[in-house]
Design a protein around this ligand. Sequence first.
Ligand code: ATP
Length: 872
Amino acid sequence: MNMFYSKNIQDTLKDLNSDPLKGLSSEELEKRKKKFGDNKLASQKKQTLLQLFIAQINDVLIYILVAAAVISALVGETSDAIIIAVVIVLNAVIGIIQESKAEHSLEALKTLSTPKAIVKRDGELTEISSEDIVPGDIIIIDAGRYIPCDLRLIETANLKIEESALTGESVPVDKSSSLILEDKNIPLGDQKNMAFMSTLVSHGRGVGVAVATGMNTEIGKVASLLKESKKELTPLQKKLEQLGKILGIGALGVCAIIFIIGLLQKRDLFEMFLTAISLAVAAVPEGLPAIVTIVLALGVQRMIKENAIIRKLPAVETLGSVNIVCSDKTGTLTQNKMTVTKFFADKFLGNIEKLDINNLTHKLLIENLILCNDATYSENNKTGDPTEIALLDAGIKFNLFKDELEKIHSRINEVPFDSDRKLMTTVNKYNDEFYVMTKGAVDNLIKICDNIYLNGKVVPLTQEIKTSFLDAAASMSKEALRVLGAAYKKVSNAHVEIDNLENNLTLIGLVGMIDPPRLEVKDSIAECKKAGISTVMITGDHKATAFAIAKSLDITQDENETISGVDLDGISQEELNKKIDNLKVFARVSPEHKVKIVKAFKSKGNIVSMTGDGVNDAPSLKIADIGVAMGITGTDVAKGASDMILTDDNFSTIVSAIEEGRNIYNNIKKSILFLLSCNLGELIAIFIAILLGWSSPLRSIHILWINLVTDSLPALALGIDPKDKSVMDEKPRSPKENIFTGSVMYLALNALLIGALTLIAFQIGMTKYSGSLMHAQTMAFMVMSISELVHSLNMRSKDKSIFKIGFFTNRALVISILLGILLQNIILFIPALRNVFKVYFLNAYDWMWIIILSLMPLLFNEISKLIKKKEK
Ligand code: ATP
């Protein structure tokens, strides 16, 4: 075992044959990849086909069916027994196929949201999937990132790492690359020059060389198998489970009643038993859970194409109820393409072109902004925070380049930017002295300045000059510019304590940068308004900047609807709850404020989505109904706490996800209501027949066949009904609403209709072919299955005519209906199947009735839609 913590950096790099300036070369990479494999922890073994099959049939309902099959076989009804067995197997196979498809797309989701890592390879920084890391890779880490493998640190700047995943200790550990630990047996928690896979950078930044990957890492050794997290059911799926149970119990009750009635009517005991089973089967929509899973999974896959990755399945449903979208400004509502356009120094406010590099103040301003900067710039590659890239771009206009400047004024120390302080500081060498260079939000910066640099001289910062600075900042902010201030101080010793860097500074000047709104966002905000969703802007920027942009995007036109972080601090949660309805823009907020804001909106019963990207955004993302993390700029922490990730960081994607969420919910609702109205129809038909003392109009096999085969295809097709744009004309769905709200009558009437049609067909058969129960049952079987297939067309919209929507806008549905009819005919045409299903070959007269009766659901529903439209 190489104890890298006891080696110095040079020896470590030599051991691993790695160069921190260039990183690994492509050829070397290939070799190491072959040798070490993927950098991932072994996951649990996949279930075998047999296990999957057993899971499918492990269900009370299936037990009942098996019992029925066994009893049928015992009493000599072999064909019944065989058919029940075939249906059970068929159903399990369809279940396995559907579930593995769903599993597959959910698996894809997981890989999409696995953390990425920044590595240096072939001399360039690139972002790669963590799985591709090999020992010897040079890896850049910063706050909010997961450590992708075990590292020996080779550079650290105030680096703190939270190692609870490995050591259980939740207090972040200070790390330092310069330490060398001689002792032989140092516990992991004390290896302060190392960083371990799956731990989290909570502060600062650093560079490390990969010393172990995959199962060779410390976490790999303890967690020999990655525990799969439990599958999460959506609220709807949970309710369906309950519904299934209620229906199951209800069915048993009905069975008992039927059985008793049958006994009283002195019917054949075995016939009554089979009928009771058919009823139990009829009452429970067997295919439903699988259909809901697959519809959710397909929807989630569609959302990936639209740049939204769902991390938690329940979010798909919640999306449809969202009525408040809280969005960060920078990068989400705006393009995050910053350009410095103005500056203020030596009491002069003007366009950046007017900056005079020979003026001492101007020069120090721009040097400060380039040196106190973590972005990097090469000919074809810019990396870093767009705010900082803009500053480097501004420098280049005046022939000042970061790499050249850093050669002269090397960086000795630093305090990274964070959104609470809104400041960043470096210490740079200036000849024999050291300059503390600080940049950040003006209001925060001015508080730690005593002096000002004017015409090359340091003079005290008077109230008058302060006011002139704040006025200049306000004037830039009103033009929607993001304003950044610069300040410095000289120190003689580079190693001043960190707490002593950001004080007694000398103010230098300001720059203002523009960040244009994203073009598509204004339309999306208007779309939200129409859909009953209100957009709220949350930003670290100044109130005036925020309001200027909010106004241009039409989030609000009223300045009274803006509030800043300081004012938020001044009021209690209760007070904020009271006034929250009248607030649209939250400026100069820090991540802690976001929690207060979400709580306030939720206190009014709103369903809130909140965006976030930083380390400290996790709490607000967690308590929001939908936490949305940025895919590009977001930290691993924010992504880990989120329900959904935007791969393009774009506000408009949230809106499309909401639209998609509403559609998915509606489609699931269509499938569920369709299946339930069919099952209820079957129940009504049999129950009434028994009550009237008739023979059962359907054999148990017929019902099984319809439920498990001919009904499932249209139900699935309804689940993938094309997007309906008009969902965004409606208000968000109330979270209290359930799938039946407003649909109970609809469900009951259609079930009654299908039941009645089946009974009519049965009676026609009984009258025409008096005595041939089989002939009458065949007619009932055909009408029941085909009228249900036709009824699926009605389900596409509750109020729009199918002729208006267009039959072929959902081809899958048309195909599944035709396929269903074809299957019914195959049963009739093939003598062997006729025997098994106990059906009779029908003539033209029979077919005339079947067609007329089966079309009734379409006719009735079209008429009712017409009447509804007239009433409106
Ligand atoms: P939004 O919340 O709209 O997405 P943001 O998250 O970019 O904005 P912050 O990053 O918290 O907001 O920035 C808030 C303020 O901090 C800015 O207005 C700017 O003055 C200052 N600031 C931003 N980036 C830096 C930086 N890299 N160095 C110093 N100061 C910065």
